[in-house]
Design a protein around this ligand. Sequence first.
Ligand SMILES: [Fe+2]
Length: 449
Amino acid sequence: MRILAALLLAAILRAQAPFLAPPYLQLGDAPLPAARERMDLLWQAEDRDAAWSVEVQGLKGWIPQAEPTFHRMAAPPLPPHRMYRATLRDLSPGARVPYRVKRDGAVVFEAEAQVRKSGAHRFLVTGDAAEGTLEQAAIARAMAAQHPDFVFIAGDLVYGRGRAAEYRARFFPVYNAEDLPLMRRVPFLGVPGNHDVPWDLQRWPDTLAYFSEWSLPLDGPALRPGDPGAAPAVAGLHDAVLAAAGPAYPRMASYSFEYGGVHWTVLDSNAYADWASPVLAAWLEADLKAAQRATWRVVALHHPLFQSSRSHAEDQWMRPLSPILERYGVDLVFAGHVHNYQRTAPLRFAPTKIGRRGEPVAGRFEVDAAFDGKTVTRAHGILHLVTGAGGAHLYDKAQGADRASWQPWTRAFVSDRHSFTEVDVDGRTLRLRQLDAEGRELDAITLTR
Ligand SMILES: [Fe+2]
């Protein structure tokens, strides 16, 4: 009887809990800094009518924001639910702004949002993250302890198939928990990896959830559904997710944004996206040209150009991009896909033989051997980082200690533990550290320009 009463109480509480996924911040379609900033706030709730509202704290009290909008999402196996979106507006750059969410007039959620900074800032990068492992949670805790201004996830955001049900089970409960409040304080950004797009097309109606669960700039190549280079979807199967995604599908797979003097170019590196094709190549060149005003240029994608692991050694199809990235002065490339940490020397690469997908790309390397990130901090070439140890099981655990197995241009390789990258940008100085779940430093370099 007691047990029955407890179960009943739990069921009632669950029915009354305001959120299926509590509110989380997103950069939204705001690629460039502005004198008055805005951010998107997303959450998920039961499929029933309620009066939702959002307020931001101003100097003279709480300021109501425009009414939240919602999409009804009905893609099994999750029961139909509502995906809400609001925009926090008129925010001061760099401020930490209290905000709150009300349902039927009652405050059901409160947090503080870190608004985009215009100068010095700290960001974290990791990849291959939400597999639901203990290590994923440990890395999330360690990331929160570093008080970042934003977090970038370098693809394979959620395992195993980028599904809405997987976000519900493995992503939000870890990165936006009551006792680990990351996503309600700082925006997460990301890029789809191979696990975030359909690969067994006929199976999962709720895959492609990247396009519905994230709100990121829509300034990428102007792809339409079905275009070459767009993430594939199946009519009739993926309709619910795509309806919730709206204009984000398929365009949001690549984009660019600026944060505190750093220009980010985020590329969908999945096998269907051919960056030698006219539409994608033209967008990339125009974006890098526009990035020349920034102090630092960062490229983020899922599949690395250069790395030493035996795992995924054949996935080199992004290598032919190296010359254009060098020409426009890209400083750092962040990738995931390979579940460990690796850093190259500053590199230049001239491809001599580009095979088909899955075949090696041969070429001439020019290695900046003088750069050590300590006394010589000016790099001639691009540093390539693999930071794919964010939660999923590790690759080639013994290879980090086996220097003879590294490519000649690899300078750091840690594969025996999970980790994430921390970057502090302050004007023309950039300090990069790789940290493990206990906050121990695995690698550290400084770059100046
Ligand atoms: Fe991957």
